[in-house]
Ligand binder design. Structure first.
Ligand SMILES: [Zn+2]
Length: 102
């Protein structure tokens, strides 16, 4: 049976669930920094030498990854509230309910 990848809650046929597709790709801003005495051709040769014999799927994994997860509705809400799982800023958490009324 399908289960939520986050909380393992069963997701029986016909139940509501969400597909989370994550694509991670290396960024490139168009700038190549060359160290002194290095030109583009020697940089490319250096990269070729460093990657020689490394399987293609491992090289591709360094620049592009994709993930697919199933989430139950509760885990979808939690994910959407903080997709990068950043630490919550304690200064923004109200100490009392009356703090919410400002
Ligand atoms: Zn879940």
């Amino acid at each position: 049976m399908r289960r939520c990848h986050k909380c393992q809650r069963p997701l029986p046929p016909g139940s509501s669930f969400y597909q989370l597709k994550v694509m991670l790709q290396q960024g490139f801003d168009g700038v190549i920094k060359l160290s002194k005495g290095t030109d583009l051709a020697s940089l490319l040769k250096k990269i070729d030498d460093q990657t020689a014999g490394v399987p293609e799927h491992l090289l591709e994994g360094e620049v592009h990854r994709e993930f697919l997860f199933w989430l139950c509705p509760r885990c979808k809400e939690k994910y959407c509230a903080n997709p990068l799982n950043l630490p919550l800023d304690k200064s923004q958490v109200p100490q009392n309910v009356s703090d919410l009324e400002d």
